[in-house]
Design a protein around this ligand. Structure first.
Ligand code: FMN
Length: 172
C-alpha cells in the first residue's frame, strides 16, 4: 500500500556523517515535538526530552565522547536530543524508545539525517560525565535510554535503506 507517511517510515536510515550546516531551531523543535507526541505507558509521560542545540553544550558532549571512546560518537552532528526517564520505572525503556522513533521519522520527513546514539548513559557514569549530566539538568536518578543525533547529511553519507529479513513478519 502506498501512503506518504508509510513512504517516509520505509525510507528512513541512520545517518553517520553530517555536514556543518546548522539546522534551524524551528526544525529542531519540530523533531522534539514529534517525540513529545509519542505514546507513553498509562499516559504517565515519565520521560523527558533534552534538546542540546547550543554549540557550547554540543561540544561538551563531543569532548566527553572523545575522552571516553577516543572518537565522536555523534558523527559531527550539530544537534543531539537526549531522551531520559527514571532508571527504576518499568516503562522508561518503552516510553523513551517510542519518543526516539517518532523523532527519527520526523527528522527524515524534514529532510534531516538522524541516528540513535546509545552511549550517553554510560558516559554520564564517569566523574566528568556526571558533572556534564548535572550541568544539563538531567536528574541523577534518570537514565538516558538513547539519543538522536540530528543534522544535514554530509554529501558522502551512505543513505541506502538496508534489506529487511525475509521472515521479519509472521502472519499466523
Ligand atoms: C537500541 C539501538 C541502539 C543503537 N545505537 C547506535 C549507536 O550507538 N550508534 C550508531 O551509529 N547507531 C546506533 N543504532 C542504529 C542502528 O545501528 C541502526 O538502526 C541499524 O543498523 C539499522 O540501520 P537503519 O537505522 O539505517 O535502518 C542503534 C539503534 C538502536 C535501535
Amino acid at each position: 500500500m502506498e501512503n506518504k507517511v508509510l513512504k517516509i517510515i520505509k525510507s528512513r536510515v541512520s545517518c553517520r556523517a553530517y555536514s556543518e550546516k546548522k539546522v534551524s531551531k524551528a526544525k529542531v523543535m519540530a523533531v522534539a515535538e514529534a517525540g513529545k507526541f509519542a505514546p507513553s505507558g498509562m499516559n504517565r509521560q515519565i520521560a523527558s526530552i533534552y534538546v542540546i542545540n547550543s554549540k557550547r553544550n554540543v561540544e561538551k558532549l563531543r569532548r566527553l565522547s572523545n575522552e571516553i571512546r577516543g572518537k565522536d560518537c555523534m558523527y559531527g552532528a550539530s544537534t543531539i536530543i537526549l531522551v531520559a526517564g527514571p532508571r527504576d520505572d518499568r516503562f522508561t525503556y518503552q516510553d523513551c524508545s517510542c519518543i526516539l522513533e517518532n523523532m527519527f521519522v520526523a527528522a527524515h520527513a524534514l529532510n534531516l539525517g538522524s541516528c540513535w546514539i546509545n552511549q550517553f548513559d554510560e558516559f554520564f557514569q564517569t566523574k566528568n560525565g556526571l558533572k556534564v549530566k548535572k550541568a544539563l539538568g538531567i536528574p541523577e536518578d534518570f537514565m538516558v535510554v538513547g539519543s538522536c543525533a540530528l543534522g544535514y547529511p554530509a554529501p558522502n553519507a551512505p543513505l541506502a535503506v538496508k534489506d529487511r529479513k525475509e521472515d521479519f513478519i509472521k502472519v499466523l
